[in-house]
Design a protein around this ligand. Sequence first.
Ligand code: PLP
Length: 402
Amino acid sequence: MAFNPASRVQDYLVFGEFGDVNPSITDSSTYTFLSPERMEELFEHEIEGCFLYSRHFNPTNKYLASALERMEDGESAQVMASGMGAISTTLMTLCGAGDEIVCGRSIYGGTYALLKNLLPRFGVNTCFVDLGDHDAVRAAMTPQTRVLYCESLSNPLLEVADLPALAAMAHEHGAQLVVDNTFTPMILSPLRHGADIVVHSLTKFVNGTSDCVAGCVVASHDFISRLTDINAGPSMLLGPVLDSTRAASILKNLHSLHIRLRQHGANALYLSNRLEELGYAVHYPGLASHPHHQLLTQLMNPGYGYGGMLTLDAGDLAAANRLMTLMQRDKVGYLAVSLGYFKTLFNTPGHSTSSEIPPAEREAAGLREGLIRFSIGLDEDIAQTTARIENCLSEAKVRGSL
Ligand code: PLP
């Protein structure tokens, strides 16, 4: 039977102290002990049901972590104050001075900047490659490579990672496959395709309301213990802890993620079909014309659609800017970074979310100046939104490719 992440989340039951259907929210940074010996013991090893200090773990964060661990079919999880907190602490758990990372060249700009500008200061260097070119991936791996890093559906080019092939290549070289699954929660289950560690920005689809920043790491018990270790764990020692009130609200939103994903996906498919029909340069993994459509169809969990992200190449930056200004005027959505919100968001990644990547590298990866990234909202009447976009395209004089 197919893996069903939504049912896994639904079957996770936790109650508040009075049988409240939502679990109580931890309102404490620290926890009392009945004896000094018990406190000392907890500093030495974890004790089920015992908490020490909220930077380490607290009950509310554990509830959210447990639900996400079930969604990803992992053994254990930790929640963080941001997606970048999850990514940076994961990589610092896996790598030290002299180690190397091989990473896809189409990734979120903040991750690129972390790998390119910050980690080299600690002796960790990264080689960026086209993950679709398996010879190039193999050639980039050295005995020092500890991590092969990718996004399951890449930001912003929407390239699908061939997870089983990448996992095999990582393991052949003694490295771990780390997958950022932010664009495809529930749609893809990277651990089931051989990945070792999954990270998310919960800020996006998982939360869905653009009212907070959060992240998570899902992996083996052993890895999460190393990540949170009191003596050497990067999440414990760098401290990107998620606030428990936020953890509680994200957990509630997680329970409607499957329904939202279906609507995001149906709307994105409707719009991209129409734009393709009209001859615009639209790119959406749910379209048969997308180069990785077959691969995604083969890897995905059925029933959640192909996601809410699509791109449209307006030709040049001036045309893209005209179009975005008109779409905001006509209530298509907001000119804003981020994604996974209930309203449509759009931006030009080359001049915002991927601006950390130098222009020559963006160009080589195929990220053109006029490319607009859309996160399609939960619009009730997508035909009306599509008609508005068509009018804006004509008024902005964006040319189709036909
Ligand atoms: N991963 C991806 C794919 C992203 O798009 C982003 C942010 O846009 C992040 C990670 C970083 O997440 P956060 O902003 O929650 O730190």
